[in-house]
Design a protein around this ligand. Sequence first.
Ligand code: ADP
Ligand code: MG
Length: 253
Amino acid sequence: MPGVAAIETAPEPMIAMRDVCKWYGTYQVLTEISLTVRPGEKIVLCGPSGSGKSTLIRCINALEAYQRGEVVVAGTRLNDAAGSVDAVRREVGMVFQQFNLFPHMTVLENCMLAPMRSRGVPRVKAEETARRLLDRVRIGNQAEKYPAQLSGGQQQRVAIARALCMEPKVMLFDEPTSALDPEMVKEVLDTMIGLATDGMTMICVTHEMGFARQVADRVIFMADGRIVEEAEPESFFRNPQHDRTRKFLGEIL
Ligand code: ADP
Ligand code: MG
């Protein structure tokens, strides 16, 4: 059917934020945030401390409520139906600056817990998946250890594996290397680059601009709760359009 085959439709966006506004009391932390992320796209989100980056990505998996606008993740609109929060969180994995591993559980148990508890995955299957993903972040040989026995970089890789065990469609990273000693940053970035290469849809809040250049399809710069500028890395770094962006890049590069 040539007529049908000829019609090209853009894929549904993986994430669509439209005019999202959020206040803490009278303080407006997000102003008219609109952002569309297509399947497989990698976004780097940067901006000064306090500009609302964490709040923005936390709105995507309903860790924060917002007062205006809408967020749609993998076809599910947050807020409009009972169960929408659970439906969205099922698709979204998140990695934080602080690794947030459970200290009293082994690496393997940390990775098996959520799939067993909230997905009802049988133990044998959860362990198989966990071991496979721990191998993928090159830490399979540490599976029986406790988090405190690992370096910061290793713990963060476990946190990434743990998020992947839920088989998310989207991964959100909130300054995943900011709490690490410098010598451990690369191993975590390399893990993220691997994920990106495998086609994961990602939003990464990071000031690692080398990573942004290498991986990002788009770099988004926020200030004072607004998206000020977004561009492909090449033009973002070479030819920033706004004074705020230039000032920011001057400070971090
Ligand atoms: P970023 O991640 O860019 O550093 P955040 O999203 O953490 O910024 O914070 C944006 C602004 O919102 C900051 O001014 C911060 O102080 C404020 N803020 C964050 N969380 C809260 C909260 N729970 N209550 C009140 N204000 C908050
Ligand atoms: Mg933050």
